[in-house]
Structure formats: C-alpha cells, structure tokens
Design a binder for this molecule. Sequence first.
Ligand SMILES: NC(=O)c1ccc[n+]([C@@H]2O[C@H](COP(=O)([O-])OP(=O)(O)OC[C@H]3O[C@@H](n4cnc5c(N)ncnc54)[C@H](OP(=O)(O)O)[C@@H]3O)[C@@H](O)[C@H]2O)c1
Length: 404
Amino acid sequence: MQRTVLLLGSTGSIGTQALDVIRRNPDLFRVVGLAAGGADPRLLAEQAIEFGVRAVSVAKATSAEDLQLACYAVAQQRGYNRGEFAVPRILAGPESVLELIETVPADIVLNGITGSRGLASTLAALRTGATLALANKESLIAGGSLVTGLAKPGQLVPVDSEHSAMAQCLRSGRADEVAKLVLTASGGPFRGRTREQLTEVTPEQAMAHPTWNMGQVITINSATLVNKGLELIEAHLLFDVPIKDIDVTVHPQSIIHSMVTFTDGSTIAQASPPDMRLPIALALGWPDRIPDASQPCRWDTAASWTFEPLDEVAFPAIRLARAAGECGGCHPAVYNAANEEGVAAFVDGRVPFLAIVDTIEQVLNRADHWRSAPQDLNEVLAAEAWARATARELLGVAIDASGV
Ligand SMILES: NC(=O)c1ccc[n+]([C@@H]2O[C@H](COP(=O)([O-])OP(=O)(O)OC[C@H]3O[C@@H](n4cnc5c(N)ncnc54)[C@H](OP(=O)(O)O)[C@@H]3O)[C@@H](O)[C@H]2O)c1
C-alpha cells in the first residue's frame, strides 16, 4: 500500500536523499508536503512541482514570494500550461511547519531539519499519530522524556544509520537478552590527532569528512565527535538501554554501522557501504525493507575493517555526553544547545576548534539547576536559552583571549 510522506528539511542532505528514495519507489511512497528553511526557494519549487505536493512550508517568511514565482517558472520550464499543474499552498514563517504538520495528514513525517529547532515539529508529528522517521536527533536529545513519553510503541523510527543498524540488530533477540549496544564512529577527519594538533584546524578541514557527505552542522559535529555523543544519548532514549551499557568504537571504514552484543556473548553487526539512502528507505518502509535501496557490500574483492578505541583526551565530547545523558533532565538539551552555539562561532571563524567542546563542558559545569526532567516544551526552550546565552558569553571570552 502506498504511504504518504511529509518531508521536513527537504532541501538538505537527508531531504534530497529521501526524495531520491521516493522518486525510485513511486508505488510505495507519495510526498504530500515539504518544509525547508527558505535558503534555496528554487530547489524547493523544483521539488514541489516534481512531486506535485499539496503544501509547502518555508520558515523564512520573506522567501514565500520567491518560492511562488519559482513554482511558476519551474512549471513553465517543464512545459506545463496553466491548469496542468497545481501550485502548492505556501505556508510561510517560523511556525508554518507546525501548520503543515497539523493540516496535511500523512502516514509518515520524516524530520530532516537540523538542530533542536526541530523539536516542536517532532512533538507535533507525534501528536498526529503519524510514524515519525527521525533524522533530527537533536529534537529527541533536547526533548528527552517529552518525546519518548509522547511516542506510542513503534511510532518513532530512527533514520540515523547507527540507530537504524541497532534497530536491525535488535531484531535478533529479546530486550532482556541485550548486554550492550556498540555504536561505531568513523573518527571523523581528525582521527589520530592529539589535542595539541587540533588547536589550529580550520572549518574547511573540519568539513572534509572521510566517509559521509552531510550538512554543515553534522559534519562539524562529526569532527568534534559531538555527533557521536548525541548519538549515544539518542540510542539510550530510543532503545531504553542504560548509558553505561552503550560502548563506542572507532571504525574508520564506516561499513559496520553499529552492533548489539547479546547476553550469550554473540554480537550482531549491520554492514553496508556508507549510503544514507539505506536507513532512510528502511525508516520510510519500516518494518519492511525497500529492495535496491543501496548497493550491498562486495565480497569478491579484498577488504579490511578495523576497530580502535576512542581517544577520550583529544575528543572529550563522548565523556561529556555520557555525563549529560546519565544526569538526564535538561542536561542533554544544554549539551546540544551549547554545541550549536560553539559550531556557529567556529564556522564563522570567531573561535578555535577546541573551543566548541571546551565550551560545552563549561556550560554543563554551571547547569546544576537544569537537572529535573522538563514538564513541557517551554521548559526545554528555557534551558536552551540559558545554555545558548551562557555559551555565547564563554565563547566571547574565548574570542577575546584569541584576539580575533
Ligand atoms: N546528512 C546526513 O547524512 C545525516 C545522517 C544522519 C543524521 N542526520 C541528521 O539529519 C538532520 C538533517 O541533517 P542534514 O545533513 O540533512 O542537514 P542540512 O543539509 O543542513 O539540511 C537541513 C534542512 O533543514 C531545513 N531547515 C532549516 N531550518 C528549518 C526550519 N526552521 N523549518 C524547516 N526546515 C528547516 C533546511 O532548509 P534551508 O537550507 O532552506 O535552511 C534544510 O532543508 C540533522 O539532525 C542531522 O544530524 C543527517
């Protein structure tokens, strides 16, 4: 049966790959609505016309007119006459994505927005009863028990390749047979460097991920290993496994996307070449697999898969994530918000690379008053606002000290 899909973040790395999966499986999926920030109205218009969607949301209100004009231009370019295509309903403004979710029913909402600004969308999608295919891990981490408490069993399906891998491995045994989750990390572009060797690295170097081609924030997060820290908390929240029972191992080839060790000593791993279309397709089709979603591993050529322990001194992001995850409450939201501020300052060339994670640590050290579980979205937003302001203050100190 064909499933309808609302795609949030359609112009991004996850969004465009999701559309590629849907384009190749028109019998299985139909896009009914798109949402994006508004940075590229032309691309959004091309997607809207190609998929014939009913409604499009654009967060930047000033992009609405450009989007409408671009829809007509794209339709004309494709040779459509007036009446041969429907211009989608355009919803504009920061809250318009919520209106899209609430007014355009869909079987699946794929949240591919970047950052914890996706939290309200995650909560709104869960309230509709749709399956939530979640790429926007930051919303789960920031929302914590608000998100897990709202999700019905099976409603939240991971898109992250690691959590998709774990979900697949977990099919091999019962929950009470799970001993450990093993999260794999590529190690990012700076694997093997000491802390001293990281002092001078540039945003361009941090953007050169060895195995994955992703959006800017997640790529920088992969260089600091904050992404792995977020994924650790994500795994804990998704699968209800204690943080202490989640190991991280560095696997530079990014072929094994994660593993589960069972109580009898057996470890089940999920392997496939790095290609996000596989976990995206599985999330859209869950629990069914989508044939030919990506190329499988080849066994007719020599290959080596290696594993090494994490260097916690050069990359303290995972130690900090463990502490934030174990503390719970709003600490994961604080961890993420402080990081988002640090990444923005680093990308702008205002602070050095190491300031990102150093700032997370300093903000968490001051966050004792954010230990209780949030009662509602406003409490999460308040914790985030505090974390962002504190991080900006500390990053300002870092800027002054570096003389930038
Ligand atoms: N890329 C990957 O391979 C990958 C893998 C695993 C998990 N993830 C996760 O997936 C999420 C998206 O990552 P990405 O790499 O695809 O990021 P990205 O390339 O930066 O794309 C982000 C998308 O979100 C849109 N967006 C931004 N603000 C919005 C708003 N307020 N309302 C609606 N849409 C908005 C952007 O539109 P504009 O460009 O117009 O602002 C863009 O379409 C992140 O949480 C990331 O951690 C990504």
